[in-house]
Design a protein around this ligand. Structure first.
Ligand code: C2E
Ligand code: CA
Ligand code: CA
Ligand code: CA
Length: 399
């Protein structure tokens, strides 16, 4: 027989005000009384618990019919609304109810609770004494996240991610100079997914550092395999998330990684977005200084899209600036076009600060010509090569 479980999350309305109006421990006594009333419900609940300040959960077994569940929700509201006598005061309570059901809404206990909570916030948002059933699409962003969690966990544990490598060339000679590692998800049913489909979830789940570690290890593995095959390797750049970059463990982890795979510090470069270094300047600067001391090269990614000032750029001990694609795509033959002026100045300025410049997203021969004219050091983009799989990258190396 199929088991049915109904989870109700009950949120008291205006509890803080009520609490403040009562004497010492008055609020606690109200909560105890609410709990008692919930325990006396018929049919008897499996569980009654308070999960935070003024929120209770009640679970019922066996209830199959939606109309019965709804009735029960209403009767909970009535019981809560019955006058409560505290000392000589009459306390009037009310509550909103959010409902999620097993197996209809989810078969996972934690997901079920999240969904009931979402239904509750919907109930509170609409009309604070309503009873709301969780429905597909409610709290869509959050639900997508918790629905994705098991899949993403599996992806990390089962190595479903792969790296593609995009070649970076020296501007004028079109000589291959390095690669950038770009992650993809080989999804068991949806095919090869780009980072935009899953990175935001990884971030929201707080797994960015774990993902970076995976990418770093994979990159080190690729390089050491190439070495063993006798290839002349080139550096591979890895994108590092903001939080990671302010984490002092990064340095010791990198040291371990390089020694385990017998790599030199020039083999892997790090890319950080401009904003990253900005959020906690001091932490960022410390990590940068240590990386520089080791000889690990760092690039500022997506340059021009953040808030950095030129003064700030001067203080950053980084080796390369990657000018964001949005500037490159606007380059025109007209030398006075504002993007041309910006890009030219950025290149000159960076050179003045002894930093190299990479242009990303170069798609046309004209853009390449203009960039060469501006003495841009390196270029990356579909014109020269899209990101390619590891095997193709190895072939590029042996040419
Ligand atoms: P990004 O670091 O700026 O990487 C460059 C993106 O531009 C890549 O997209 C690349 O495929 C794309 N691209 C390269 N050349 C061209 C071009 O000529 N035209 C156009 N329109 N696009 C071009 P992708 O692989 O989808 O990655 C998107 C972003 O996801 C990356 O932007 C990066 O921020 C992030 N990302 C990718 N892989 C990783 C990773 O392993 N770790 C982390 N933390 N972030 C990653
Ligand atoms: Ca990048
Ligand atoms: Ca970039
Ligand atoms: Ca970008």
């Amino acid at each position: 027989r199929q088991r049915h479980l109904t989870l109700m999350v009950i949120g008291l309305n205006r509890f803080k005000a009520i609490n403040d109006s009562l004497g010492i421990r008055g609020g606690d006594r109200v909560l105890i009384e609410v709990s008692k009333r919930l325990q006396r419900l018929r049919p008897a609940p499996l569980t009654v618990a308070r999960i935070s300040g003024d929120v209770f959960i009640v679970a019922f077994d066996h209830l199959k019919k939606r109309s019965l569940v709804e009735q029960l929700g209403r009767s909970i509201q009535q019981r809560i609304q019955d006058d409560m006598l505290m000392d000589s005061k009459t306390v009037k309570l009310s509550c909103a109810v959010g409902i999620a059901r097993f197996p209809q809404n989810s078969v996972y206990a934690d997901t079920l609770l999240s969904k009931a909570n979402i239904a509750l916030s919907q109930a509170k948002g609409s009309n604070s004494d309503s009873v709301v059933f969780y429905q597909r699409g409610m709290g869509a962003d959050y639900i997508r996240l918790i629905d994705m969690e098991p899949e993403l966990r599996q992806a990390l544990d089962n190595d479903e991610f792969i790296l593609h490598l995009q070649p970076v060339y020296t501007g004028s000679s079109k000589r291959l100079s390095s690669f950038e590692a770009l992650i993809r998800w080989q999804h068991p049913s949806r095919g090869l997914l780009p980072p935009s489909e899953f990175l935001p979830f990884i971030e929201d789940l707080g797994w960015s550092i774990e993902l970076d570690d995976w990418v770093l290890a994979k990159t080190a593995h690729i390089l050491s395999t190439w070495r063993r095959q006798g290839l002349n390797t080139l550096p591979i750049a890895v994108n590092i998330c903001a939080r990671h970059f302010q984490n002092p463990d990064l340095i010791s982890k990198l040291k371990q990684l390089f020694s385990r795979y017998q790599l030199s510090y020039q083999d892997i470069e790090l890319e950080i977005t401009e904003n990253v270094a900005m959020t906690d300047i001091q932490a960022g600067l410390n990590v940068l200084a240590q990386l520089r001391e080791l000889g690990i090269r760092v690039s500022i990614d997506d340059f021009g899209t953040g808030y950095s000032s030129l003064a700030y750029l001067r203080r950053l001990p980084v080796d390369k600036i990657k000018i964001d694609r949005s500037f490159i795509s606007e380059l025109l033959r007209d030398a006075h076009n504002s993007e041309n002026v910006i890009v030219r100045s950025l290149i000159e300025l960076s050179h003045g600060l002894r930093k190299r410049v990479v242009a990303e997203g170069v798609e046309t021969q004209e853009q390449l010509n203009l960039l060469n004219g501006m003495r841009c050091d390196q270029v990356q983009g579909y014109l020269l090569s899209p990101p390619v799989n590891i095997q193709l990258a190895a072939e590029l190396l042996s040419h």
